[in-house]
Design a protein around this ligand. Structure first.
Ligand SMILES: NC(=O)C1=CN([C@@H]2O[C@H](COP(=O)(O)OP(=O)(O)OC[C@H]3O[C@@H](n4cnc5c(N)ncnc54)[C@H](OP(=O)(O)O)[C@@H]3O)[C@@H](O)[C@H]2O)C=CC1
Ligand SMILES: CC[C@](O)(C(C)=O)C(=O)O
Ligand SMILES: [Mg+2]
Ligand SMILES: [Mg+2]
Length: 337
């Protein structure tokens, strides 16, 4: 195998249990890391600004909540789980003044290090534990005795022990139950951005919406179109998750499999592949990062407009009505945060 994968037996939980961890941010990833680390016997404090919307939740869930600066001052390991676009100013205002030799700064995604927005001093460890899944499922899997795979990387090894500490952290959130893969900040950042833009989020959302539009514009019932293009996608992807595309093809009918084999490449054709390569190029050159930082600094005008357009898409109304009748869809992501 070309990568190194680490499991529970390879990680020493004692290394992170011996440290105090400040989790900066209590959103999707922050709540999952904080709750699971605490369940793993780690001393955790939360860093959130006064007036943060997340403060009541973290306090209700039994955490000491300090400002990011206070939490960073107390902790030995500072895990930055605030939005990527907020991290640069949090770092300069609250974290950097509280760094000292022997401390470690951790990230859940490499964006700010990869694009040079944060440059920690040489005397601290800089590492990453990046779960390959949404935070609410990171927590749910941990609570169910399972785990979400993580990418683990060290950018700066001041202590000589940064990788072992990062592996210990990954174990504390269940990552080494599923497998922690050793990588670099660059590989994690570029593949993560590519995956979410081209395949997992951008690609999948556009595929689902477009399929729904084609069926409803042709006069088919929105409910039928919803089940066909969105609901059933999970069931098909579950089979891929369990046994790859081969297992999915084993389970579907021959008719579906012939349609898959003969038509799939007409949908995802060479034009789509060229566009994917272009998107990867924008990530590698830093063009996407510059665009996103500028969009955020301008108050996110396009982000807000596109978010509203997505929310107003007819598939959302149809889905809301149908999901209201599905008693088995009973684990809302709001149950943990
Ligand atoms: N979402 C995911 O599943 C994944 C995320 N990641 C990475 O994890 C990191 C966190 O992302 P995510 O969990 O989605 O973030 P969320 O948007 O879900 O949560 C962000 C949290 O940070 C808080 N916050 C906002 N501003 C500040 C600030 N100035 N100081 C301290 N805390 C602040 C927010 O509080 P408030 O409620 O007040 O806004 C909120 O609690 C990112 O680096 C992301 O790329 C990595 C893998 C998957
Ligand atoms: C797929 C989106 C993601 O990269 C993730 C959940 O892993 C993110 O940034 O939220
Ligand atoms: Mg990701
Ligand atoms: Mg991501």
């Amino acid at each position: 195998m070309s990568v190194e994968v680490f499991y529970d037996d390879d990680a020493d939980l004692g290394l992170i249990q011996a440290r105090k961890v400040a989790v900066i941010g209590y959103g999707s990833q922050g709540h999952a890391h904080a709750l699971s680390l605490r369940d793993s016997g780690v001393d955790v404090v939360i860093g959130l600004p006064e007036g943060s919307k997340s403060r009541p939740k973290a306090e209700e869930q039994g955490f000491r909540v300090l400002t990011p600066a206070q939490a960073s001052a107390e902790a030995d390991v500072i895990m930055v789980l605030a939005p990527d676009t907020a991290q640069r100013s949090i770092y300069s205002e609250s974290i950097a003044p509280n760094l000292a030799p022997g401390k470690a700064i951790f990230f859940g995604h490499g964006f700010n290090i990869r694009y040079g927005l944060i440059t920690p001093p040489a005397e601290v460890d800089v590492a990453m534990v990046a779960p390959k899944g949404p935070g609410h499922l990171v927590r749910r899997q941990y609570a169910d005795g399972k785990g979400v795979p993580c990418l683990v990387a060290v950018e700066q090894d001041a202590s000589g022990n940064a990788f072992a500490l990062a592996l210990a952290y990954a174990k504390g959130i269940g990552g080494t139950r599923a497998g922690a893969i050793k990588t670099t900040f660059t590989e994690e950042t570029e593949t993560d951005l590519f995956g979410e833009q081209a395949v997992l989020c951008g690609g999948a959302s556009a595929l689902v919406q477009t399929g729904f539009e084609v069926l409803t514009e042709a006069g088919y019932a929105p409910e039928v179109a919803y089940f066909e293009c969105l609901h059933e996608l999970k069931l098909i992807v579950d089979l891929m998750y369990e046994g790859g595309i081969a297992k999915m093809r084993y389970s579907i009918s021959d008719t579906a499999e012939y349609g898959d084999l003969s038509r799939g490449s007409r949908i995802i054709d060479s034009r789509v592949k060229d566009e994917m390569r272009k998107i990867l190029g924008e990530i590698q050159s830093g063009e996407f990062a510059r665009e996103w930082v500028a969009e955020d600094e301008a108050g996110r005008p396009n982000f807000t407009k596109w978010q509203a357009e997505g929310a107003a898409h007819p598939i959302e109304e149809t889905g809301k009505k149908l999901r209201g009748m599905m008693s088995w869809v009973d684990r809302p992501i709001t149950e943990t945060a």
